[in-house]
Design a protein around this ligand. Structure first.
Ligand code: HAM
Length: 420
């Protein structure tokens, strides 16, 4: 039997209501902040991600779904959206039409990671990207939106962590200081951290290995070596967050796994989902547009993992969605009437009601069971006797009250049901 690929999942109809609930909240909050939706292709040229996320990052070096297409081009299923949004901005010169562009998206992403609870190979992100301003108020705005979405879902066990990675000049100087410190412990570092020592030294802060964590506990921190401008920017972000009542922690060891960040970085983690605890993450990327061939356009954004968020919601029982119900189930009392019942159903549907009926020639009892299973608000009985009188019987499933309604009096049915 052919099964879904490891790390991918079907979202079955029974789970769709909670996805829609989440998507509605996401759409609502982004619209209130005047962000416009953008949709980009599922795959892009591999070079786009390699150049933006960084050749030495885990994503680019080992997690991308890349293949050579029949035309000989190396293409990659998108592992994230930031690079794609920036590509679209440059390609369509959107900055010329509007100097500040605020985008949001909801889309599947692909990373060949080791699957575990909350970590998939096809997963879904919603996120936002703002291009065109270095205003720290926008750094705060991005964090506020992320926090407001999670709060609107009823999540309580969440922590906002923020940090600043400053600008490349101060970061390069700091890397030398960190390297100097780590030289003393080089032998004791894990094999992976030894590799990162040469390729991406900041990422050693991300190591889950005990031996590395012990060493990093006393490592010098980037935030202590930031230039004045970066510190001032960070200060303004904090003030704006305080003003918006966002509780946050400063996590000087938060480095993030993508190379394009400058200044603010942040993550919101959940204390209710186990090891894959980052519900969302993001930060500023003032140099990315230029690196990808565009103008000197600063940017900031974030993305959130929807599977992880829904897992956190489930663990915290933070919201419940009402079972989907239908307006009418038509129970046909005699088999010969099915054609008529069918036409009646089509007409009611065209008038805006959610209607279903039996397609399996089931007994009246089985049809009633089906009506209950579908949580029908009303059942309409189609029987020969009533039809002879040009009537149908309509039963309110909540109160049990039955009324006879003239067959042609569809308006009355619609009125009664829509009024409920
Ligand atoms: P990221 O931290 O790689 O950032 O991903 C953002 C979120 O996507 C994570 O916090 C997590 O919730 C979710 N996620 C990532 N990988 C997986 C996975 N394999 N399975 C399930 N969920 C996952 C970015 O993607 C950046 N583009 C964020 C950004 C936007 N920075 C600036 N703008």
């Amino acid at each position: 039997m052919i099964k879904a690929i490891t790390g991918t999942r079907d979202i079955l109809p029974q789970d769709i209501p909670k996805w829609k609930y989440l998507e509605n909240i996401v759409n609502g909050i982004f619209s209130k902040f005047n962000y416009k939706e953008i949709r980009t292709p599922i795959f892009e040229e591999t070079a786009l991600f390699a150049r933006s996320i960084g050749e030495t990052t885990d994503i680019v070096s080992k997690e991308m779904y890349s293949f050579i297409d029949r035309g000989g081009t190396s293409v990659t299923l998108k592992p994230e959206m930031t690079a794609a949004v920036v590509r679209a901005l440059i390609e369509h010169s959107l900055e010329k039409k509007q100097s500040l562009n605020k985008f949001f998206y909801i889309s599947p992403m692909f990373r060949q990671e080791r699957p575990q609870a909350g970590r998939f190979r096809q997963f879904h992100q919603f996120g936002a990207e703002v291009l065109g301003s270095n205003d720290p108020l926008l750094d705060a705005e991005i964090i506020i939106m992320a926090y407001d979405i999670l709060s609107s879902l009823g999540l309580k066990k969440i922590v906002v962590k923020i940090n600043s990675l400053g600008v490349p000049e101060s970061r390069e100087k700091y890397k030398l200081i960190l390297a100097e410190y780590l030289k003393k412990y080089h032998d004791k570092l894990s094999a992976q951290s030894k590799k990162r020592f040469d390729s991406n030294i900041l990422r050693i802060f991300d190591s889950k290995e005990n031996q590395d964590q012990k060493i990093m506990e006393h490592a010098p921190l980037l935030i202590e070596h930031l230039d004045d401008e970066s510190l001032e920017h960070f200060e303004k972000v904090k003030v704006a967050l305080l003003g918006a009542n966002i509780p946050f922690e400063i996590d000087a060891k938060l480095v993030r796994g993508l190379d394009y960040y400058t200044h603010t970085t942040f993550e919101i983690v959940s204390r209710s989902v186990g090891s894959q605890s980052a519900l969302c993450g993001g930060g500023r990327y003032n140099l990315l547009v230029k690196e990808l061939g565009g103008g000197d356009i600063p940017g900031i954004g974030f993305a959130a993992g929807m599977e992880r968020i829904l897992l956190a919601c489930e663990n915290e029982k933070s919201f419940s969605v009402k079972e989907e119900e239908i307006d009418i189930y038509i129970v046909t009392l005699e088999k010969e009437l099915i054609q008529k019942a069918y036409q009646f159903a089509v007409n009611l549907r065209r008038s805006g009601l959610i209607v279903d009926l039996d397609y399996l020639s089931r007994s009246v009892k089985a049809q009633m069971r089906e009506a209950n299973k579908a949580s029908a608000k009303f059942v309409i009985f189609f029987g020969g006797n009533e039809l002879n009188q040009k009537e149908i019987v309509m039963k309110d499933m909540k109160t049990g009250v039955q009324v006879n309604i003239k067959f042609d009096d569809v308006d009355k049915i619609i009125f009664t049901i829509k009024g409920r």
